[in-house]
Design a protein around this ligand. Structure first.
Ligand code: 4GN
Length: 228
């Protein structure tokens, strides 16, 4: 999986070069190419924004610099995603479907936004990570890269994907490790029993109970899936 990111702040992507994704980058399971939009400014002061037509607060990113940055990539088959509060809200199903793409180009805005004409010209889909506004699209882009990369073969084990929250539209069961007693609390007996079928049933129960208590809306979604 190839990620190209169009951003004014390439340094903000350092956090996703650590840990599991760092290893995936080293093993070339994923690639992350950061393109600084500012490098494509033709202005002697490297200006990338200007005041909005029609007036109003803040600055708007100029369409030509974004277009030239995009054109430098040269892959007509890549899917271009603009991270924006106006986009389709990301969920696990969407994450899984994006992981089937070979090449994603992520466009990050800042300030008041990007001139609409270049968005209309190059963007295939707008994606939002939730109903709130951030100062830039970089954190949403990192959320997308992290969540999608987990589905790339070899990044994490298949078991981790299958067992996790949301994969069956349910929350996960609780996890325990040593010591057997911590602050007078004992690990649930069944997990020490070695009885695999009982453990499976217990985890399924816990998973359902957790979902019912914390996210009953997900059970309703499951119900709707059965009905339809
Ligand atoms: C995306 C971008 C929130 C999201 C953003 C989100 C930057 N905020 N909910 N802020 O996924 C104007 C220009 C706001 C880009 C945008």
């Amino acid at each position: 999986m190839k990620f190209d990111v169009l951003t004014l702040f390439p340094q903000s992507f350092e956090p996703i070069k650590q840990s599991i994704l760092g290893r995936a980058l080293e093993k070339n399971l994923i690639s992350l190419n950061l393109i600084n939009i500012r490098d494509f400014s033709k202005d002697k002061h490297k200006k990338v924004d200007d005041t909005p037509y029609g007036g109003g607060a803040g600055m708007v990113i100029k369409p030509d610099v974004v277009y030239d940055a995009y054109k430098s990539i040269e892959d007509k088959n890549a899917k271009v995603i603009y991270l924006s509060p106006q986009g389709n809200v990301l969920n696990q199903k969407k994450v899984e479907s994006l992981s089937k793409e070979e090449h994603l180009i992520l466009l990050c805005g800042h300030y008041e936004g990007i001139d609409q004409r270049v968005i209309d010209e190059i963007v295939d889909e707008e994606v939002s990570i939730g109903d709130y506004v951030l100062t830039g699209g970089e954190i949403p882009a990192m959320v997308l890269i992290d969540s999608v990369s987990r589905y790339v073969e070899g990044v994490i084990t298949k078991e981790s994907i299958e067992e996790e929250s949301f994969s069956n539209n349910l929350l996960e069961y609780p996890h325990y490790t040593r010591p057997e007693v911590f602050l007078d609390k004992k690990v649930p007996e069944v997990l020490l029993s070695g009885h695999h079928e009982n453990i499976r049933k217990w985890r399924e129960e816990q998973s359902l109970k957790n979902t019912y208590q914390k996210r009953p809306d997900l059970l309703k979604e499951n119900n709707d899936m059965i009905k339809n």
